[in-house]
Structures are given as structure tokens and as C-alpha cells.
Write a protein that binds this ligand. Structure first.
Ligand code: MN
Length: 239
């Protein structure tokens, strides 16, 4: 079974089994509505449906922000990523690379935006979950304690210059976790690291409710982190 056939067969499993991964199709994959984001295909990236209601994170993150953020902003990254992917393919087909710098920039911007938001929605949730033994072990090994990590994460994320992200990532070379800042979605990257928890600090993520009080938003974000998801992300990263 190739990837496309797998996508189609998993679509047939139906909403009851895979509702958590239900996706809105913005690409050209006709009829495929029930696939996890990891099965996105180049040029056919999909906007995932939120794994909870728009108002599920109230009062920490408000319904209006969630709706706008997911339905408008994330959808825009998906559309931009699909378009850039097609334009890069067209350049390869035609041999005309005169605009490749532009389209590679678009690919990085929208691609990083799409994949970070995929993780962002899932690393939040209405119930906090629990940190696995492995996650706890890595947090302690890397930062001294969970509390010391949480302080660093909040300080680093608060001080991202302009729009961007705070990121907790697994760094394979050192077999440890690191806290990083990303400006926009794609700048200041450490290429080999694997993000396991991300916090969006673009103004669209908090401005309706928190205005200039980014730190208050991050404090609220920390209350809606889904540690089950973060633990799973770490398990996947260290494999
Ligand atoms: Mn965002």
C-alpha cells in the first residue's frame, strides 16, 4: 500500500476513530478528510480541525482569538505553503529558477508556520495531563527541575523580539532539551533540534484578550499546556 492508498484507506475508518485528527482539505486531496498532520503531502497540506472546541481553553485563551487564529491565520499558512510548494515544483519542471529565492522564503515561512501551529494546537488542551517519567527526567537533566525550566521558558518567550515563538526542543547531539526563541516562524533555527512544546507569541495569538501584556498570556498558556502531548512528542523525538 503506498502513502496515497494509505491516506484513502485511513479516511474510510471514519470520524469516530480518528476524529481527533479530522482535517479540512485546502489542497487537492479529494475526499480525504481523516488523516493526521504527519501524513501531509507536499503541495497538499491540510488545515487540521482543532482537537477541542474553540472555547475549550476559556478563560485562559478566549474563543474569538482561537477562531481567528485557527480559521484565518493557520489557514493562511496552509494556503501559502501549498502555493509555494507548487511554485518550487514548477521551477524544477521548467528550469526557470529566477524566482527561487522568493519561493524558498515563502516555503520556509509558511511551512514553519503550518508545522508549528499543528504542534501548538495539540500541545494545549482543556486538561493538563501529566508529565511522563521520561519528560520529567529530561527536564531535570537539562534544566535542574521543572520549575527552573518553566521560569526560563516564560522569560525567553516573553522576550522574543517582534513576532515569534518560544520553543522547547530536543537536541539529539547533546541528548538533552533546550529552550529556544524563534523570530517570525523560521528565523534563529537550530536545524537539528526537534521541537516538543511551542508557544505562539505573534500578537494575533493573544492581543484581543491580553493586548501588550504578553507575559500574562504566557502565564495563561502554561495553564493550558497538555503535558500528555508534550510527553508523546519527546518519546517520538528520542526514538
Ligand atoms: Mn499563530
Amino acid at each position: 500500500m503506498n502513502k496515497r492508498e494509505f491516506l484513502k484507506s485511513s479516511a474510510l475508518l471514519g470520524a469516530g476513530i480518528t476524529a481527533g485528527f479530522t482535517q479540512i482539505n485546502l489542497g487537492s486531496v479529494g475526499g480525504v478528510n481523516f488523516t493526521p498532520p504527519s501524513l501531509d503531502e507536499p503541495g497538499e497540506y491540510l488545515l487540521p480541525v482543532l482537537p477541542y472546541d474553540y472555547n475549550a481553553l476559556e478563560p485562559y485563551i478566549d474563543e474569538a482569538t482561537m477562531k481567528l487564529h485557527h480559521d484565518v491565520h493557520h489557514a493562511g499558512y496552509v494556503k501559502g505553503l501549498n502555493n509555494a510548494t507548487k511554485k518550487v515544483a514548477e521551477a524544477m519542471d521548467s528550469g526557470d529558477f529566477s524566482l527561487i529565492k522568493h519561493w524558498e522564503r515563502e516555503l520556509a515561512f509558511h511551512g514553519a508556520g503550518h508545522f508549528l501551529h499543528n504542534m501548538f494546537w495539540k500541545n494545549m488542551g482543556p486538561t493538563p495531563g501529566i508529565r511522563s517519567n521520561t519528560l520529567e527526567k529530561y527536564l531535570t537533566k537539562s534544566f535542574g527541575s521543572f520549575e527552573r525550566f518553566a521560569t526560563l521558558f516564560k522569560q525567553a518567550t516573553t522576550s522574543v523580539e517582534g513576532s515569534g515563538w518560544g520553543i522547547l526542543a530536543f537536541q539529539p547531539d547533546g541528548d538533552r532539551l533546550v529552550v529556544l526563541q524563534a523570530e517570525k516562524h523560521q528565523n534563529q533555527t537550530q536545524w537539528v533540534t526537534i521541537p516538543i512544546l511551542v508557544c505562539d507569541v505573534w500578537e494575533h495569538a493573544y492581543y484581543l484578550k491580553y493586548q501588550s501584556k504578553r507575559a500574562d498570556y504566557i502565564t495563561a498558556f502554561m495553564k493550558v499546556v497538555n503535558w500528555d502531548a508534550v510527553s508523546e512528542n519527546l518519546e517520538r523525538a528520542i526514538k
